[in-house]
Design a protein around this ligand. Structure first.
Ligand code: TTP
Ligand code: MG
Length: 412
């Protein structure tokens, strides 16, 4: 008898040493050499490097001075974002030929849902092989691909045999291939949680399932414990979310009681900025024009917008722009706020602009934190990760009603 639902077949693709590989393609004399993409010097950061440079310990996001010390003979290139973005778009078209269900994660990474296209994981392997061959033929670049019954395992699999890997990871192989990996590989485990887990002698993913659940809960709390155990068993039911052709992303809320306290208004502004930033990151997009929409108690609606010097997906940057609009371009007088919305337009794929190539370490840290929080929120919902600022907020929000069908205020 056939099962009611075909088995899920999820593919994760991640290009190998992406920026460096594109540079080597453009100048084959670089092949086989330690190559670092980034700016040298005290303020520089490594974007990525060739696998030859990795042998010396050089890594993405490392300060350039450290990389120079580890690998003095490395060749350095500043990077050409527009070229990498162009290659990324071309690869995306190849992925679109496989299935319409493509979820881009970053400039060189995407999930594809092959359910219904491949009958089972072995069918997925064939699709993956063809896809890699096509990328190699069209782009002269290698990709590493993982095929598994869910996103988490597919992502783990694509990383197992980098570069130029193709790993099919069925549930049966979870003990052999997933359990030996360090706990940091689980979504939602950052350095802090990893350190806490180490005090309980949990180092590998398999260790998570070895200690009594109660003890694990005592270390990381109940919901994170449940999440980690599910991942350690190789379970993950999130779906591949194809990116909509979004022209803008926005979030607004109407309040049954007008907000008057400036602190409270600032806090909801932060919440909306965080929501918009998170949606940008989920969609692999950055945006350039920040919009603010405010309806006051007397039903006057203000819409204001400002265009940033560079596109962003960071909540802090969106919040700062929204705050400026609120402070300088809207006169609330004694009117309370009945509706508040934050939006962003001028969207483009993350990484296609000039800015994100050599980010300053503070922004990079912020982005990393945001991504880690995204991973936990994806699993547990909005409340799972809240910035300290949001937590301090009084319990019992003021009669917040569900978001209106978001209409983005026009640019003025
Ligand atoms: P990654 O896929 O993380 O790295 P990679 O493709 O260079 O190497 P790997 O074979 O391990 O996948 O990131 C893709 C590109 O994004 C990378 O080539 C450069 C850029 N990038 C940065 O600019 N800064 C960073 O900190 C990271 C992680 C990536
Ligand atoms: Mg990559």
């Amino acid at each position: 008898m056939k099962p009611a639902h075909p088995p899920r077949v999820i593919l994760h693709l991640d290009m190998d040493a992406f920026y460096a590989a594109v540079e080597i393609r453009e100048d084959p004399t670089l092949a086989g050499k330690p190559l670092i993409i980034g700016h040298r010097g005290r303020r520089g950061v490594v974007s990525t490097c060739s696998y030859e440079a990795r042998k010396f310990g050089v890594r993405s996001a490392m300060p350039s001075v450290t990389a120079e010390r580890l690998c003095p003979e490395a060749l350095w290139l500043p990077g050409r974002m527009d070229l990498y973005a162009q290659v990324s778009r071309e690869i995306r078209r190849t992925l679109d030929d496989v299935t319409p269900v493509v979820e881009p994660i970053s400039i060189d990474e995407a999930f594809l849902d092959l359910t219904g296209i491949a009958a089972d994981l072995e069918g997925g392997r064939k699709v993956a092989r063809d896809l890699k061959a096509r990328i190699r033929a069209d782009q002269r670049l290698t990709a590493s691909v993982g095929v598994a019954p869910n996103k988490f395992l597919a992502k783990v699999a694509s990383d197992l045999e980098k570069p130029d890997g193709l790993v099919v990871l069925p549930l049966e192989e979870v003990p052999a291939r997933l359990h030996p990996l360090p706990v940091e590989r689980l979504w939602g485990v950052g350095p802090k949680t990893a350190a806490r887990l180490r005090t309980a002698s949990i180092r590998s993913i398999g260790d998570i399932l070895k200690i009594p659940r109660r003890r694990l809960e005592a270390f990381v709390g109940g919901s994170l414990a449940a999440h980690l155990c599910a991942l350690a068993r190789g379970e993950d039911d999130r779906s591949v979310e194809p990116d909509r052709e979004a022209k803008s992303i926005s979030e607004e809320r109407t309040y049954s009681t007008d907000l008057t306290d400036p602190d409270e208004i600032d806090q909801v502004l932060l919440e909306r900025a965080e929501g918009v930033a998170r949606e940008l990151r989920r969609s692999g997009l950055v945006g350039r024009t920040v919009h603010l929409k405010v309806r006051t108690g007397d039903f006057t609606t203000w819409t204001r917008a400002v265009t940033l010097p560079a596109p962003t997906d960071l909540p802090e940057v969106i919040l700062a722009a929204a705050r400026r609009l609120l402070a300088r371009r809207i006169r609330l007088r004694e009117q309370g706020v009945r509706l508040l919305g934050v939006g962003i337009s001028g969207l483009e794929p993350a990484g296609s602009g000039q800015k994100s190539l050599f980010p300053d370490p503070a922004q990079e840290k912020s982005r990393r934190l945001a991504r880690a929080a995204d991973a936990v929120r994806d699993r547990f919902g909005e409340e799972a990760v809240q910035r300290a600022r949001l937590l301090r907020r009084r319990r019992g929000k003021k009669g917040e009603t569900p978001p209106e069908a978001s209409s983005l205020p026009s640019v003025d």
